[in-house]
Design a protein around this ligand. Structure first.
Ligand code: NAD
Length: 496
């Protein structure tokens, strides 16, 4: 009998006020029921906010290095449980174990980075324009932070948000994706075990349209951080704009890899297989467009198709698996629709394009797919599919590659394979993305650098690195005048 999970509200594991639950199933085998999770609503969110406000009052006064120590212990516990969490994550999300181990490692790195940030959290001390006056800026915690996360990085993305928010002295309420609720349950258990006061973290499971919406609309949550699709981000952005909330949006991508005629083709082939079909193409940074220079186009395409056909589909927990399933039926339906759209718009299906069936029929599997002859501007080339579908575009020059790369509404990551150092630096400057890789695929972010994109991918904030600490803290300025007299800025002058 599958376990029934609960929300964490005010330090207690409690049933949802609705009394309703949803099933969490293994996408590689939908007969495998992982557990039943709360289908909560706005009343649960309201209770979580009341408790989180009390948590904030205490936690915000704790010295930042002490808050950092708690996060260091969280990192230690993640190290201890890495294997168990990776296994649980693959079971509910589908990606292969090597990748879910990487997902946990990202959480570990983020925890240790946050721990050290507790001894930095720098402000500035600058000279005043007046004598005997001190001028400085410093950071303050903000309040209760609402976190809404997607399915594809079940641990890493929640930690990217939670750890810096907590380190800065905020309390957090998290609503994980309803597709992967178990991983965040395991993470929250660790936070409590590491000594985080129980009212500083609240976990409310449920659907986006109810729990997510209630978080976004709650007047006592001044900060929202969201990662997910651009469509959902737009809905959230409207509400947050109206309510004057601080909002970080990390959304979709349509990332391109450019392979020039002087590239190391073996390296580029390995890179594109990993970039396009790793995580079954369900990464915001997945390589979904391949821009091939005409001089190497035909031979590279042939090698790519041959290699894609050797990738082994299966349960991500089996050793031999290269590519796991898609997350759910709706996702597979969407990929199937794009196969039709690609054909209708004249692209050539070079390999894949269907589900494997047979022994994999109980999961949401889909064959690694390559479309050739994809036209810039067509839907296949423009829209985020979020599956193992790669669109190949033939290009004549680097300038054309830049135009095609920049000709989509998204701007997350890009990559160029070339031996020409001049082109490499032009790519860094001219490709309109938050992240550009040289001689590496479009994926592979590191926890201590800022992560995010331009245009419809984001709203100007970054996750990770040092920049995210700006998002989760309020800058305050202090002036101390020790001259003992009234001094007037911009008016009092000095004879030099
Ligand atoms: P999604 O937008 O369907 O859901 C994301 C989260 O938002 C879920 O927790 C969901 O329950 C919640 N939600 C849905 N409707 C809501 C509403 N009206 N109000 C509040 N919350 C709501 O996205 P997904 O399918 O889980 O994830 C895939 C998407 O996420 C892709 O577009 C991908 O590119 C993007 N993504 C972006 C990044 C990034 O850093 N840029 C990282 C990972 C994923």
């Amino acid at each position: 009998m599958a376990k029934t999970f609960r929300n964490l509200i005010d330090g207690e594991w409690v049933a949802p006020s609705t009394g309703a639950y949803f099933d969490n199933r293994n996408p590689a085998d939908t007969t495998d029921l992982i557990g039943r999770f709360p289908d909560s609503d706005a009343a649960d969110v309201a209770a979580a906010v009341r408790s989180a406000r009390r948590g904030f009052a205490r936690w915000s006064k704790m010295p930042a290095p002490v808050r950092g120590d708690v996060l260091r212990r969280v990192g230690d516990l993640l190290v201890e449980r890495k294997e168990a969490i990776a296994d649980a994550m693959t079971r509910e999300m589908g990606k292969v174990l090597a990748e879910t181990r990487g997902d946990v490692q990202e959480g570990i790195d983020t925890a240790y980075y946050a721990a050290t940030e507790g001894r930095r959290l720098f402000g500035h001390t600058v000279p005043s324009e007046l004598q005997s006056k001190w001028a400085m800026s410093f950071r303050r915690p903000i309040g209760v932070v609402g976190l809404i996360t997607p399915f594809n990085f079940p641990l890493a993305i929640p930690t990217w948000k939670m750890f810096p928010a907590l380190l800065c002295g905020n309390s957090v309420i998290i609503k994980p994706s309803e597709d992967v609720p178990h991983t965040v349950h395991l993470l929250v258990e660790i936070l409590l075990e590491a000594g985080l006061p129980a009212d500083v973290v609240q976990l409310v499971h449920g659907r986006g349209e109810t729990v997510g919406k209630a978080l976004v609309e709650h007047p006592e949550i001044p900060v929202i951080s969201f990662t997910g699709s651009t469509e959902t981000g737009a809905i959230i952005g409207e509400t947050c704009g109206r309510m004057h909330k601080r909002l970080s949006l990390e959304m979709g991508g349509k990332n391109a890899m450019i392979v020039m005629d002087d590239a190391d083709l073996d390296l580029a082939l390995e890179g594109v297989l990993w970039g396009a079909f790793g995580t079954t193409g369900q990464r915001c940074t997945a390589t979904s467009r391949l821009l091939l220079h005409r001089k190497i186009h035909d031979r590279f395409l042939k090698r790519l198709v041959d290699a894609a056909e050797t990738l082994r589909l299966g349960d991500g927990r089996a050793d031999r698996t290269d590519v796991g399933p898609l997350i759910h039926e709706a996702s597979r339906d969407k990929v199937e629709r794009y196969i039709e759209i690609g054909r209708e718009q004249g692209a050539e299906l070079a390999t894949g394009g269907k589900s494997p069936g047979g022994r994999l029929g109980r999961g949401w599997f889909f064959k690694p797919t390559v479309f050739a002859g994809v036209r810039p501007g067509s839907r296949l080339e423009q829209e985020e599919i979020f599956g193992p579908v790669l669109s190949v575009v033939r290009i004549r020059s680097f300038d054309e590659a830049v135009r095609v790369n920049n000709g989509v509404r998204y701007g997350l990551s890009s990559s160029v394979y070339t031996g020409d150092v001049n082109l490499a630096f032009r790519a860094l400057q001219e490709l309109d993305n938050g992240i550009t890789y040289v001689n590496a695929p479009t994926i592979g972010a590191e926890a201590h650098l800022p992560f995010g994109g331009v245009k419809a991918t984001g709203n100007g904030h970054r996750e990770g690195g040092w920049e995210v600490y700006d998002f989760y803290s309020e800058t305050k300025v202090g002036y101390v005048d020790y001259s003992g007299k009234l001094q007037r800025a911009q008016m009092d002058t000095y004879d030099v």
